[in-house]
Ligand binder design. Structure first.
Ligand SMILES: O=C[C@H](O)COP(=O)(O)O
Length: 249
């Protein structure tokens, strides 16, 4: 049985006080959830988030990390730093990191390696742009991102991998992939993993959908057999909305 996961990527939102308020609201609203819940506040609030969620089943992820162990990389955060405050999961490859911070497939492969060497769980994001879909290139773009970003991972390390398919045209736009488009792509991803590794790896890996998931569309997206949950942006910033989405699986 694959894990069902709903993760909230808070991006650059919520100061410390706001973070504490939202986390306390989530703790009260999500007590009965069977789904694995992950929240990714900004770096400055990760330590507080870990403390606040200590007695709950909600876990904390970082939104990014550097590939080096340590050194002269002003402004960067290492895997060891994250682990030292109790953060065991990291989002890598988000389209905003790729687009605004020049993160390439090669750089991401290196971050993936570092995170896995530290026994962290990665939420690896990828997805095509609107132009790719219009030209019917979306399958090859996604396959290429997977090949370059995660297909070098040793079979035994796939237990620490969560994939997040996020079509760039659906992120923060209010436009979402239709349930059919999401299922079609997720099935393609799973088949590609089965062909590259094994049916067992493909069956086990959770593939999340991200891109304008809201309380009113979560259920139909999550109902697809190859959609194992969601990576939620805007709607994760409100406890009520996030709880509805988390309970929609
Ligand atoms: O990481 C989350 C995704 O970028 C989705 O964001 P969104 O739900 O605001 O479209």
């Amino acid at each position: 049985m694959r894990k069902k996961i709903v993760a909230g990527n808070w991006k650059m939102n919520k100061n410390l006080a706001e973070t504490k308020t939202l986390l306390l609201e989530l703790k009260t609203k999500l007590t009965a959830s069977q789904t694995e819940i992950i929240v990714a506040p900004t770096y400055t609030n990760l330590g507080s988030a870990v403390e606040i969620l200590e007695d709950s089943s909600i876990t904390v992820a970082a939104q990014n990390m550097h590939q080096a162990e340590n050194g002269a990389y002003t402004g960067e955060i290492s895997a060891d730093m994250l682990k030292s405050i109790g953060v065991e999961t990291v989002i890598l490859g988000h389209s905003e990191r790729r687009a605004y911070f020049g993160e390439t497939d090669e750089l991401l492969a290196s971050k993936v390696n570092t995170a896995l060497q530290h026994d962290m769980t990665i939420i690896f994001c990828f997805g095509e742009e609107l132009e790719d879909r219009k030209k019917n290139n979306h399958f090859s773009v996604v396959e290429n991102q997977l090949k370059k970003g995660v297909f070098h991972i040793a079979q035994e390390n796939w237990k620490n991998v969560i994939l997040a398919y996020e079509p760039v045209w659906a992120i923060g736009t209010g436009e979402t992939a239709s349930p059919e488009q999401a299922q079609e792509m997720h099935a393609f991803i799973r088949k590609t993993i089965a062909n590259t590794f094994s049916e067992k790896v493909a069956d086990k890996v959770s593939i999340l959908y991200g891109g304008s998931v809201k309380p009113n569309n979560a259920e139909e997206i999550f109902a697809n057999p190859d959609v194992d949950g969601g990576l939620i942006g805007g709607a994760a910033l409100d406890a009520e909305n996030f709880a509805v989405i988390a309970n929609a699986i």
